[in-house]
Design a protein around this ligand. Structure first.
Ligand SMILES: [Zn+2]
Ligand SMILES: [Zn+2]
Length: 232
């Protein structure tokens, strides 16, 4: 293999190896494992990881470029959620990502999502599956508006959490001195998560452009400038 650039096909091989590795094992494969799975040299894999980080197809650790921190909806770091399947345990990323994981896995019709309320530490768990939103009157609060998520994606995900109630959201905002972001019920969160990452485990996936993202947000029942939609 001559040349200094990774080609599209190699990028897609590495992207898929990261995603399928995460899906299968719950953890991020490192460059040697990715090299073994794709048949590429380790240096080529590292180059591909940097490209995929720049295109926001995954997130590398700021200090260690060999370490994949997130490949949405999968996370290699704890952000307040665990997601338990039949045979695999994942860090769930944020509320959105945790609810999205079962929709990407063809052999896991439902997973157990667990977290604690950031305001009062009450434990919460839901069985999240393909067919319908889980019952519950808890609410999700997202702190960072969608246009700013990629300013610091780990911070944004770390602040997409599930609370007992709107009252707990308010206690937490007051305690952490932050302005209210967006609150939604479990059914809206489930609809948001259901199709958002569709195709990510398939070859040839492309990320949504801003206008198709906005259309998706409107269709699942989200409103207003927080989601890049017109004010009501
Ligand atoms: Zn609470
Ligand atoms: Zn997230």
């Amino acid at each position: 293999m001559k040349g200094t650039m990774v080609d599209r096909e190699q990028l897609e091989d590495v992207r898929l190896a990261v995603y399928t590795g995460f899906a299968r094992t719950g953890r991020a494969p490192g460059p040697p494992e990715l090299a073994a799975r794709t048949g590429l040299a380790v240096d080529r894999v590292r180059q591909a990881l940097r490209h995929l980080h720049e295109s926001r197809d995954l997130v590398l650790d700021t200090g260690d470029g060999d370490r994949v921190v997130m490949a949405h909806p999968f996370s290699a770091v704890p952000l307040g959620f665990s997601v338990m399947g039949e045979r695999t345990l994942w860090w769930g990323g944020c509320a959105w990502d945790s609810f999205a994981i079962p929709h990407l896995l063809r052999d896991e019709p439902a997973v157990l999502v667990a977290t604690g309320c950031p305001a009062c530490d009450t434990p919460h768990a839901w069985r999240v599956g393909w067919d319908a939103p889980p019952p519950g009157d808890q609410v999700a609060h997202f702190l960072v508006p969608v246009h700013h998520i990629w300013d610091d994606v780990v911070h944004a995900c770390a602040n997409q959490r599930l609370f007992c109630s709107v009252a707990c959201v308010e206690v937490w905002l007051e305690r952490t001195r932050q302005a209210r972001g967006y609150v939604m019920d479990l059914a809206t969160l489930w609809r948001l998560a259901r199709g958002w990452y569709a195709g990510r485990l398939d070859r040839g996936y492309t990320r949504r452009d801003p206008s198709s993202a906005a259309a998706y947000f409107a269709q699942v029942g989200l409103h207003g400038p927080f989601w890049g939609l017109p004010a009501d």
